[in-house]
Design a binder for this molecule. Structure first.
Ligand SMILES: Nc1ncnc2c1ncn2[C@@H]1O[C@H](COP(=O)(O)OP(=O)(O)OP(=O)(O)O)[C@@H](O)[C@H]1O
Ligand SMILES: [Mg+2]
Length: 315
């Protein structure tokens, strides 16, 4: 993530944030992969009120005014910084679909926090260094996996330890060709979480930890392990009934030996082929005449940079 202090009254800042796919199968609530599909936010401090312009995803559905997620994140950051502006002007150009498992809420939160920090100038960076910004983003989002990948880019593993929320940043193998299949109907993360059990059998936990280790190896050095490494024992089977089309496409892709998982809380499918032939096979299997849903197939590269503050003066 790049950051420069840009702040004087009336000046605007611009932030670009990637979509993210969380869980990746067995990495429930900890693994995240940043994808090259971006929302962009421009923000400015004004004397009073909230003025909002949204184009693209969420233009008709996102909350308005102070309830808008980017504004809420900005307000939370200004609270920590200790100086709340009277008003905010915000313009959002959104490409990440809302409620489809591609980290739109994390993108909005990270965009809001980074914009506020930049608008606050040096005091913003003192009050909200990256470590605190990650903690605050996690608090607003409820879990760290998407926000960590959104901030850092690439592959991240986030966890809560004695020092708070921390994320390790790993570099995925260059041959990875992520393909996301997005159905037509969204599913709120909250709804997907409600079907998860309080406890799981010990044998499932043991199997899941082995697969998570395999997945890291597959994503970073031995892609032939990706099919085995994307098998999960903690969440996907419990969620299958609430997203049958998602479960059916994943089963079809995996039967063709293509690693495929529920993206985030679903209902999108993330496939992880490692060559163009595999990526084309995903599109073909998702587009079969007897398909269970109309899938929009997006071939996306990995975003290695993570969230960026764009310095317009340098352009
Ligand atoms: N760019 C945005 N601007 C304003 N609100 C947003 C934005 N992105 C997401 N939201 C809010 O977050 C909700 C979607 O969050 P939710 O966590 O359910 O799905 P997601 O983040 O797209 O998928 P997942 O969390 O599974 O990756 C939207 O309905 C909207 O209320
Ligand atoms: Mg979300």
């Amino acid at each position: 993530m790049s950051w420069t202090a840009v702040s004087s009254a009336g000046e605007s800042v611009r932030v670009r944030v990637p979509a993210t796919s969380a869980n990746l199968g067995p990495g429930f609530d900890s693994f995240g992969l940043a994808l090259a599909l971006h929302d962009e936010v421009s923000a400015r401090i004004t004397p009073a009120g909230v003025k909002l312009q949204v184009t693209g995803e969420g233009a008709d559905t996102a909350q308005a005014g102070e309830q808008h997620l980017v504004i809420r994140a900005m307000r939370a950051a200004f609270d920590v910084i200790g100086s709340q502006p009277g008003g905010i002007w915000l313009s959002c150009q959104n490409k990440v679909p809302h409620g489809f498992g591609l980290g739109s809420s994390a993108a909005a939160i990270v965009a809001g926090l980074l914009s506020a920090r930049a608008l606050a100038g040096p005091a913003g960076f003192v009050a909200l260094p990256d470590s605190r910004l990650l903690a605050l983003a996690t608090e607003l989002e409820g879990h760290p996996d998407n926000v960590a990948a959104c901030m850092r880019g690439g592959l991240t593993i986030a966890w809560r330890g004695v020092g708070g929320i921390t994320a390790a940043r790993l570099e995925p193998v260059p041959e990875l060709r992520p393909v996301v299949c997005v159905p037509t109907t969204p599913l709120a993360t909250e709804a997907a979480r409600q079907v998860l059990p309080e406890t799981v059998p010990h044998a499932d936990a043991a199997a899941n930890s082995a697969r998570a280790a395999l997945l890291v190896t597959g994503l970073t050095s031995q892609p032939d392990l990706l099919l085995a490494g994307t098998e999960d024992f903690l969440h996907q089977s419990y969620r299958a009934d609430s997203m049958p089309a998602t479960a059916a496409l994943i089963a079809r892709l995996r039967a063709a030996e293509i690693a495929a998982v529920v993206s985030g809380a679903g209902p999108s499918v993330l496939a992880l082929p490692t060559d163009d032939l595999g990526a084309r096979a995903v599109a073909r299997l998702a587009g079969r005449p007897d398909r269970e849903a109309d899938w929009q197939v997006l071939q996306l590269s990995v975003d290695s940079s993570g969230a960026q503050l764009i310095d317009d003066s340098a352009v």
